[in-house]
Ligand binder design. Structure first.
Ligand code: DAH
Length: 339
């Protein structure tokens, strides 16, 4: 029994010594220490050993097992270390290679134009505020002097959620919301998304963006409105830009005007860009109607103000010379990267 054990031990150790891969070590473990392994079978034949010799043989088997296990462990570590060293040698990392770039997007022309408009007005002391896209009919129409059955309501052919709630058709309701808060004076712009049931074409979309402006204070006159928008146009389109005010009608302003800027392409001589007229229409504006002030809790005897509304897409299309509005909504990164 003793010789048999010695033989098993010697063989096992010799085989471990020769093993050159981790999988081989495992095979050896199974062959000697596994359920059907050689050492295990010695233990199984213990019944043939004389009872008084059993403790001694048992001890010898255990010692052999421990020795084999220790050798297996040691060899496993050595092999693992060697494998790692080999891997390090082969895997050369070139730290001078350029890193893989994260695929980031690009600011949308609308957003670039909006930031530009915000920068100009914030520079003049305006605050940027927001209003809800889902709005009460009352704010979108009533408080802006557009009662039920007013033709202006037809023009804006609206998305209604129910009788009282609409997707706002203009950013003008933010005027009413800000005035109602009662903090005077007011100098604000309100950019945001608006909705109208328009067919999609090169200049229309059922969802687009506007920027509303509102100033309320004592002694505000039409001259302030003209000066402000003239300055805005210069900042946005260039120092030589002129503005032209044409009388118009909006229910919530009186008097009202539409504003054209001199064509920044031809300087006013007339070209394809301005359709030969030398002028490009950019916004609507006017003096806030006294009745609107009253409905929003402001005394029209003490305060006056002006308002204006500009289409953000219109500005983006003009400023970046984009000829089809649909391009703004496709969000093709190759298109966006140009701006
Ligand atoms: N809300 C108007 C529209 O969508 C634009 C507008 C015109 C806004 C005159 C104003 C304004 O604040 O004074 O057509």
């Amino acid at each position: 029994m003793k010789e048999q054990l010695e033989k098993i031990k010697a063989e096992a150790l010799a085989q471990i010594e020769l093993a050159d891969a981790l999988e081989k070590l495992n095979d050896i473990r199974v062959a000697y220490l596994g359920k059907k392994g050689q050492l295990t079978s010695v233990l199984k034949s213990m019944k043939d050993v004389a009872p008084e010799d059993r403790p001694k043989v048992g001890q010898m088997v255990n010692e052999a097992r421990e020795l084999i296990e220790a050798k297996l462990e040691e060899t496993k570590n050595t092999l693992a270390r060697k494998a790692r060293e080999e891997q390090m040698k082969n895997e050369v990392i070139d730290v001078t290679l350029p890193s893989r770039k994260a695929n980031i997007g690009h600011s949308h022309p609308n957003m670039i134009a909006q930031k530009e408009v915000e920068r100009i007005f914030v520079g003049m002391g305006y605050e940027v505020v927001e209003g809800p896209e889902v709005e009460y009919d009352e704010y979108n129409f009533e408080k802006l002097n557009i009662p039920a059955n007013h033709p202006a309501k037809d023009e804006q052919d609206t998305f209604y959620i129910n009788k009282e709630i609409v997707l706002r058709t203009q950013t003008s309701p933010v005027q009413a919301r800000v005035m109602e808060q009662g903090k005077l004076p007011i100098r604000m712009i309100a950019p945001g998304r608006v909705f109208r049931s328009d067919e999609v074409d090169a200049t229309h979309s059922p969802s687009f963006h506007q920027i509303e402006g509102l100033v309320i204070d004592k002694h505000i006159t039409f001259a302030d409105l003209k000066g402000t928008l003239a300055e805005f146009a210069k900042e946005l389109f260039g120092e030589d830009t002129k503005v032209n005010f044409r009388p118009h009608h909006f229910p919530f302003t009186e008097p009202s005007a539409e504003v054209d800027v001199s064509c920044f392409k031809c300087g006013g001589k007339g070209c394809r860009f301005c359709k030969g007229s030398g002028w490009i229409e950019i916004l609507g504006c006017g003096m806030v109607h006294p009745h609107v002030l009253e409905m929003c809790g402001i005394d029209p005897e003490a305060y006056t103000g002006f308002a204006f509304g500009v289409g953000l897409e219109r500005i983006a299309l003009l400023k970046y010379e984009i000829d089809d509005m649909r391009l703004l909504y496709e969000n093709d990164i190759r298109f966006l990267r140009q701006f």
